[in-house]
Design a protein around this ligand. Structure first.
Ligand code: SF4
Ligand SMILES: [Zn+2]
Length: 129
C-alpha cells in the first residue's frame, strides 16, 4: 500500500535526493581527478596509505582499499566513525587530504596542528628516525 505525500514533504524529499546526487557527483569528480594523478603528491603517501591498512575503518572492495565503504555505496555518513568513502591510495597521495578521524574516533581537526591518524602517526614515525 502506498501513502500519498503532502506537497511540502514531496518537495523536501526531492531536494534531499538532489543534494545527495550533487554531493555524490562532486565527491566522484574529486576522486576521479585524484585517480588521474592531477596535482601534487604527498611525500609520505606510502606511510599514510600503510597506516590505513591497519585501520578498522578500512574496507577492501574488488581488491581496492577504501576509507570506509566506497562513497557511492553509502552517501550519508559520519566520516570520523564510518570513513569518507574515498579509495585509500589516491587519498593518501593528495597533499590536501587528512584522515577524517583522530585516535578516539572523533572528527580530526584537519588544521596546522592536525590530530588525524595520518598526521600523528606519520609525524611520530618521522621524529623517531
Ligand atoms: S584515512 Fe584514516 S579513517 Fe580512513 S582508512 Fe585511513 S586511517 Fe582509517
Ligand atoms: Zn591530518
Amino acid at each position: 500500500m502506498s501513502v500519498a505525500l503532502s506537497p511540502s514533504r514531496l518537495v523536501v524529499r526531492v531536494l534531499r535526493t538532489a543534494l545527495r546526487v550533487v554531493g555524490a557527483g562532486g565527491h566522484a569528480a574529486t576522486a576521479a581527478a585524484r585517480e588521474r594523478g592531477v596535482g601534487r603528491v604527498h611525500p609520505l603517501w606510502v606511510e599514510r596509505a600503510s597506516v590505513c591498512q591497519t585501520c578498522p575503518l578500512c574496507v577492501v572492495k574488488c581488491g581496492k582499499s577504501y576509507c570506509g565503504k566506497p562513497f557511492l555505496h553509502q552517501i550519508e555518513r559520519e566520516e570520523h566513525t564510518e570513513g569518507c568513502g574515498c579509495p585509500v591510495i589516491p587519498k593518501a597521495k593528495d597533499p590536501s587530504e587528512h584522515c577524517p578521524r583522530n585516535a578516539h574516533f572523533e572528527a580530526s581537526t584537519k588544521n596546522e596542528h592536525c590530530d588525524c591518524i595520518w598526521c600523528t602517526r606519520v609525524a611520530k614515525a618521522e621524529s623517531s628516525v
